[in-house]
Design a protein around this ligand. Structure first.
Ligand code: BTN
Length: 330
């Protein structure tokens, strides 16, 4: 842990009291001057830290900013989780991690951003990622999974995000097969998993699981092409302070509970429980470029291989694989 992280933790764990610079210098094996420099850097990030002669430093206010320290603070202490980096703006957290994956050959790595200029969605779509209204994060993993099993990563993170939204915000979050999270009938989160296969072993070289959560409705609303579907957890300017850090941390905590035994599909029960298509009538679109070419069906279940089990109008039973079709609720 860096000296800055140690100082931050000391301040946040003693929020009501002053901690002397000398004490922190002795505890962390650094000079008083180094303590002061790190405090200054935290202040520059927007933390309000009071400095009183003969008393020391006291954390008065945390800004509502994305911060690796605040995310770490809410992570399960027993978790040997990812290294964490926060950036104000990136092209796409998935793209950046793909370009820099070789820098993190062994360790999991979490990149969190406040804005994406080229956020990517599934099927080559864009993912609208405006500043201040969402949180966008990707997790670089080195899982021991086959290519086919890599789908479990998506399902596990979907279950984890839904649980995190419920825990942190108190909203009922449901999942639209395969990986869209809905709250109050609107899509508030999308997930894009990308994996690189090692052809020699047929296993994964690495995987990147990217999640975008719409926290607040943008001031001028969503762009026309997504406004019927997209929604956010809160109205503009009405999010609870610190919710972005808390949602990232809670998602990571829940995800890693599943990740440890991913091949056993520990997420399945939670995923199915929250899947709102089960029992519903849907349109099944074979080719997304031709959305008028569809047939109607009723969703019976999601099977243990995460396929959608449907009943067609002629009474036949079919199973649909992810990526094969697009589903619209009727
Ligand atoms: C979808 O709904 O089609 C998937 C959207 C996935 C968006 C997330 S935001 C973080 C990560 N970076 C990206 O460019 N995309 C994913």
């Amino acid at each position: 842990m860096s000296a800055r992280d140690k100082i931050f933790n000391a301040l946040i764990n003693n929020r009501d009291d002053y901690i002397s610079g000398g004490q922190m210098a002795a505890d962390f094996g650094i000079s008083r001057n180094a303590v002061w420099k790190n405090v200054k850097s935290l202040q520059e990030q927007g933390y309000v830290i009071e400095a009183v002669t003969n008393k020391g430093y006291r954390l008065v206010k945390c800004p509502d900013i994305l911060s690796p320290e605040l995310i770490k603070k809410e992570l399960n202490p027993a978790l040997s989780g990812p290294d964490i980096e926060v950036r104000a703006e990136v092209t796409s957290t998935n793209t950046v991690l793909k370009e820099t994956a070789s820098l993190h050959p062994d360790k999991d790595y979490l990149l969190v951003a406040g804005r994406q200029t080229m956020g990517r969605g599934r099927l080559g779509r864009k993912f609208y990622s405006p500043d201040g209204d969402g949180v966008y994060f990707s997790l670089l993993l080195h899982p021991k999974l086959t290519g086919a099993e890599s789908q479990y990563l998506t399902t596990a993170i979907a279950a984890a995000v839904a649980k995190a939204i419920e825990k942190v915000c108190g909203f009922n979050a449901v999942i639209k097969w395969v990986n869209d999270i809905f709250v109050n009938g609107k899509k508030v989160c999308g997930i894009l998993t990308e994996a690189v296969i090692d052809f020699e072993t047929a296993g994964l070289e690495y995987a990147i699981v990217g999640t975008g959560i719409n926290i607040t409705t943008p001031k001028d609303g969503y762009p026309d092409e997504i406004k019927d579907v997209a929604g956010a957890l809160y109205e503009h300017g009405k999010a609870i302070p610190g919710v972005r850090n808390s949602l990232v941390a809670a998602t990571i905590n829940y995800f890693y509970e599943y990740y440890e035994k991913l091949a056993e599909k520990p997420f399945l029960e939670e995923y199915k429980k929250r899947s709102f298509l089960i029992g519903e009538r849907v349109k099944v679109i074979g080719n997304i470029a031709a959305p008028d070419d569809y047939y109607e069906a009723r969703v019976l279940d999601i099977d243990n291989d995460l396929r959608l089990v449907i009943e067609t109008p002629d009474g036949g039973i079919k199973t649909l694989m992810t990526g094969e079709v697009s589903i619209r609720k009727i």
